[in-house]
Design a protein around this ligand. Structure first.
Ligand code: ADP
Ligand code: MG
Length: 429
């Protein structure tokens, strides 16, 4: 568990449009931040004066102020510095332009702006989404947040894409938007490249559901949609961006940092789509492959255990009789087109439901299993049905035909289909 913040205390005064950046690197460290005077926000969420905000290991934050503030920092924070140059005014202006579109949507009973955020890895896409959604929510809007980043997504566990209606600003300490039951679709891979046909199918389905939800909720309709993506922008990744733009009927594309991508999209997307270039913040740093893996692991750990020391959850562990459940994976291995049965397209094998027969420890141990809302594999569109949640296989007993699972909910599991994810989690609690 996390230790006390220690004795180190620093007071920092920020001027107009300045930002304090800090990281928490040490193991089991907690850094506390209090705003003593003025106004400040963290990625678009306002800080409340004299209130303690705690950040654990791995946190990388920026406290920004439009009018100046005094901060008190307690504990061992790393890479602490004040930045005078930030793109925040440009992000605020972008929000202003979106708000104008929302107001005219209100007046005409039309749909508010559908906004796509794209750019390479580590340019601040997720942070920009969070900032502009927070600004919208602070004005009473109820935008829908769509996260298509299967690797570093924030809606469910890695390997999913999803959407949620945002009704309150992101939690500063929880590092994002919190919702009990987000709409999640299962890909089962940490990168869309592992199954592009499935990724595209899920995007089309999610777009359809999001459009339906907008039609049934007046406030959500004029508030619009913010779509976050992964940093996959070249070759097939570029094609995937154009597919997303088409499926969601995107009105605005915000391109972070990459002029090449901005030029290509300006040329290739229909002229009614407004493509906007935005600079990245100097505070966003590159993350290594191992850092990304750690971020995925901690996302899964948080799904089951919450935040140790700050907001713990108490997951359940129980046995599941394999004979009572049906486990499937999605997609047979890609086969050369020439070997396919007549009339079948390559994509069809990649989006097919394949039964996992006689599973072994090697197939199941440490894997995530999605609990589908689908009850029957003969049901149409199982792959396009959203999932209720996830369990992790922590033990496997071949002789008894049982597995032990870690689950946010007490057992037994609902009698619906289980979908095998490629993603593994070592439960080291
Ligand atoms: P992307 O989604 O493009 O990969 P993120 O938005 O996740 O990028 O940003 C990468 C990291 O940088 C995150 O840990 C985020 O908290 C941090 N970050 C974003 N903006 C700032 C900033 N202005 N100062 C310091 N850190 C920041
Ligand atoms: Mg991101």
């Amino acid at each position: 568990s996390a230790g006390p913040p220690g004795d180190a205390v620093q007071d920092v005064t920020l001027g107009v449009d300045e930002e304090l950046r800090l990281e928490v690197e040490g193991k089991n460290q907690i850094v506390q931040v209090v705003m003593k005077d003025g106004t400040a926000e963290i990625f678009g969420t306002e800080m409340i004066k004299d209130t303690l905000y705690q950040f654990g290991t791995g946190a990388k934050i920026a406290v920004f102020t439009y009018h100046g503030c005094v901060l008190q920092i307690k504990g061992k924070a790393d890479s602490v510095y004040v930045a005078k140059e930030t793109p925040m005014i440009m992000y605020l202006n972008t929000h202003g332009a979106l708000e104008t579109l929302r107001r005219s949507a209100d007046a005409d009973g039309k749909r508010g702006p559908i906004v796509l955020v794209v750019g390479a890895q580590d340019v601040g896409k997720t942070t920009l989404c969070r900032i502009i959604i927070n600004y919208a929510v602070r004005l009473g809007r109820r935008p829908i947040y769509v996260d298509l980043d299967v690797g570093q997504g924030s809606i469910s566990v890695p390997g999913t894409i999803g959407a949620m209606l945002i009704e309150r600003p992101a939690s500063i300490e929880d590092n994002g938007f919190v919702q009990q039951a987000p709409l999640a679709y299962f890909l089962g891979h940490k990168s869309p490249q592992n199954n592009i046909p499935l990724y595209n199918t899920l995007i089309s389905k999610l777009a359809e559901v999001v459009h339906e939800r907008m039609e049934s909720n007046r406030k959500a309709k004029s508030s619009g949609v913010i779509i976050n993506t992964c940093g996959w922008v070249k070759a097939d990744g570029y094609k995937s961006i154009t597919h997303i733009a088409q499926a969601f009927e995107v009105d605005v594309v915000l391109v972070l940092d990459q002029e090449r991508l901005y030029n290509d999209l300006s040329r290739d997307l229909p002229s009614f789509v407004k493509v906007v270039f935005l600079p990245k913040s100097g505070g966003v740093g590159d993350r290594s492959v191992s850092h990304r893996q750690e971020a995925r692991d901690s996302r899964i750990r948080e799904y089951f255990y919450g935040k140790p020391g700050l907001q713990p959850f108490h997951p359940h562990s129980f046995q599941v009789k394999l004979s009572e459940y049906k486990i499937f994976k999605i997609g047979a291995p890609a086969i050369p087109l020439s070997c396919l049965p007549l009339g079948m397209k390559g994509d069809e094998t990649r989006t097919k439901l394949v039964a996992v027969v006689n599973p072994t420890a090697a197939t199941l141990l440490h894997r995530l299993l999605a609990i589908s809302f689908a009850t029957d594999e003969t049901q149409q569109d199982v792959i396009q049905t959203n999932v209720a949640g996830f369990v992790c296989v922590t033990d496997f007993d071949q002789d008894k035909g049982k597995m032990t699972v870690l689950s946010p909910q007490p057992g037994p599991l609902p009698k619906t289909l289980l979908l095998l994810s490629e993603i593994q989690f070592m439960d080291a609690q």
